[in-house]
Design a protein around this ligand. Structure first.
Ligand code: GDP
Ligand code: MG
Length: 427
């Protein structure tokens, strides 16, 4: 196993740069630079020298012997002066030591996962925590990072193990027992499987964490020239989209992230849904607009005709400052030019958000976790109808595999790369 190092604090220059090392060679490498190391978990001030004896910096050093460290391996923290050249010189001195190399993004956390210091749901929470921009995002992420999802899944797993034990006992002693007693126990197993499935379904029915994490997707749609791009700019508070009186100006979809009243939104402007167009690029834009509508959490419809079917739509009377157009059937009048109705629009959106976002103080799952939990619940529902004990045991095993995949005890390799690609180097 290589020993890895990286700056774990922000990009230099800064007052201090925290450079971390993790791996079997971490202590030897730090000793090469510092001469001696302080006691574990105690800070010590040391002069750092390179191999030629040149003074690099004077730094605080902390050592954390594995396995009781963040990564589970021997770890060292060097608190350097945060100048670019200081950091570069120390990195070069470390890179020159055999067995040491720079860390990949998220590699410290990846090692922590492999060493059982955290589970996959906690690593996902940590990834979200690093990206969190709103208070709600931070609260949701810190709960997952602190084991909220892990504990829930462990609770489910415990109940599953009890079920498995009951089924096994029946399989072992089924011949000896009289028939009535066996039937009772089987009915108990069925009831317990059904109860667990329904508790899981209760959690998977909640909105996914991604809506909170990535922002609610608000798609502005309607015919060309309805004022979609102008409204998006007014809502975003900047000129994100080009506006013109020429129909078909917006061809690509334009996304503008906005945080408003602590809620993260992703405003998406689309090409006008023209009935027909001779412009092949506009035609592609229209296809993209239709695709955006399918992924929308909320549709703001600016058309005069009735909106396309979507469970959460606000039908806007846009360009309301222009006289002579009817308001009938619309939810709200807005004008991006005068600002009429914009505050009201945000109020309506905030009210929708309360229903679309996972509730702030309840357990919520991301889509990956939720899909696996649903798979487990389906297996349990099948188990609740199964009278063949061997087949019942197989359903329980498949629910167990799904739980293990949530916490990363099984089937992880494929998703690790995607997860850790989101992390910064040094985490
Ligand atoms: N008077 C008025 N004109 C608007 C308003 N919003 C947009 N427009 C004008 O309507 C035209 C089309 O606007 P645009 O935002 O490009 O429409 P889109 O094709 O739906 O994106 C432009 O000339 C805008 O200046 C509004 O609220 N009031
Ligand atoms: Mg436009």
């Amino acid at each position: 196993m290589d020993t890895i190092f990286a700056v774990s604090s922000g990009a230099p220059p800064a007052a201090i740069a925290v450079l971390r090392l993790s791996g079997p060679g971490a202590f030897d490498a730090a000793e090469l630079l510092a001469g001696t190391l302080p006691e574990p978990r105690r800070a010590g001030l040391r002069a750092l020298h390179d191999a030629a004896g040149e003074l690099l910096d004077r730094a605080l050093i902390l050592t954390f012997p594995g396995p009781r460290s963040a990564s589970g391996e021997d770890m060292v923290e060097l608190h350097l002066h945060g100048g670019r050249a200081v950091v570069r010189a120390v990195e070069e001195a470390l890179g020159a030591i055999a067995g040491l190399r720079s860390a990949e993004p998220g590699e410290f956390t990846r090692r922590a996962l492999l060493n059982g210091r955290l589970d996959l749901s906690e690593a996902e929470g940590l990834g979200d925590l690093l990206m969190a921009e709103t208070e709600a995002q931070r609260r949701m992420a810190v709960r997952a990072a602190e084991g909220g999802v892990r504990r829930a899944v462990e609770g489910w797993t415990q109940r599953l193990l009890q079920l498995a034990a009951q089924v096994e006992a029946q399989l072992d002693h089924g011949d000896e027992e009289d028939v009535t007693e066996g039937a009772d126990t089987l009915a108990e197993v069925h009831a317990a499987a059904r109860a667990l499935a329904s508790d899981i379904a209760h959690v998977t029915a909640r909105p996914p964490v991604e809506r909170l994490r990535d922002g609610l997707r608000v798609v502005l749609a309607g015919p060309p020239n309805a004022g979609k791009s102008t409204l998006l700019n007014a809502m975003a508070g900047r000129e994100a989209a080009i506006v013109s009186a020429i129909a078909g100006t917006t061809r690509d979809r334009i996304e503008a992230p906005v945080v408003r009243d602590g809620i993260a939104w992703l405003l998406i402007d689309t090409a006008g849904l023209a009935e027909q167009t001779s412009d092949p690029i506009e035609a592609i834009g229209i296809d993209r607009a239709r695709a955006a509508l399918e992924e929308a959490d909320v549709v703001l419809w600016l058309g005069d005709d009735a909106p396309p079917p979507h469970p959460t739509t606000l039908w806007l009377h846009a360009r309301a400052d222009l006289a002579g157009r009817a308001m009938s059937g619309r939810d709200l009048a807005v004008s991006a030019v005068t600002g009429i109705g914009l505050d009201r629009l945000w109020e309506r959106l905030a009210a929708l958000a309360a229903k679309l976002l996972p509730p702030p103080d309840q357990l919520a799952l991301n889509r990956r976790q939720s899909d696996l939990a649903k798979r487990a619940a389906e297996a349990l529902e099948r188990a609740a109808l199964q009278h063949d004990l061997l087949l019942l045991a197989e359903e329980i095993r498949s629910a167990r595999r799904a739980f293990d995949a949530i916490t990363g005890r099984a089937d992880v390799e494929a998703m690790l790369d995607t997860l850790f690609a989101r992390f910064c180097i040094g985490k």
